[in-house]
Design a protein around this ligand. Sequence first.
Ligand code: GAR
Length: 200
Amino acid sequence: MTISLVVLASGRGSNFEAILKAIEAKTCDARVLALVSDKADAKALQIAYAYKIPVQIIEKKDFTGPLAFDEKLLAAIDSYSPDLVVLAGYMRLLRSPKIFAAYEGRIINIHPSLLPKFPGAHAQADAFYAGEKISGLTIHVVDESLDGGPVIYSEKVDISDCKSADEVSEKILAREHIAYPRIIDEIAKGHCKQVALRRR
Ligand code: GAR
């Protein structure tokens, strides 16, 4: 079954682009209904425009608190009725219980470490400066915690040869671009028990 996605991104959008390329190459059985970004200058928006994907920008500065922000976000997501919400470098914690009530088990995230090690926004640098030889990536169902929730897939990456945190990021990112579209395809095929898709 082709699954429909709303993608949330805050920045560069290389994972978003990897998903779009895999869909084009027919290795990921999905379609992207929209990109929602919390940053008006996110590079991910340019990728959406190039692929003619509808865009919504919802910026924090326009709201008084995280719950009001998340309710606007939920309305934006709801307007597309996606099967799955895909966080691709979305750097805000989802806080509204209404989002989890509406999309429980249907929000996924990719994170550049072997969770539960190194959650947060600087996972690759944290692993590098901790002297880790092996780090990796994790794809998980999103819950209320920071980079928490049931793990769908994790992959080790040998970072022992990396000379900087940037090198660690690059090495892990290359694997993210392969893993994320592949796991979305596995979800479409109904192979991921952690994800509770609604059958239409
Ligand atoms: C990726 O490395 C992703 O795993 C990470 O942000 C980067 C986004 O890159 N996400 C997190 O750290 C979530 N806590 P991209 O915008 O090029 O896809």
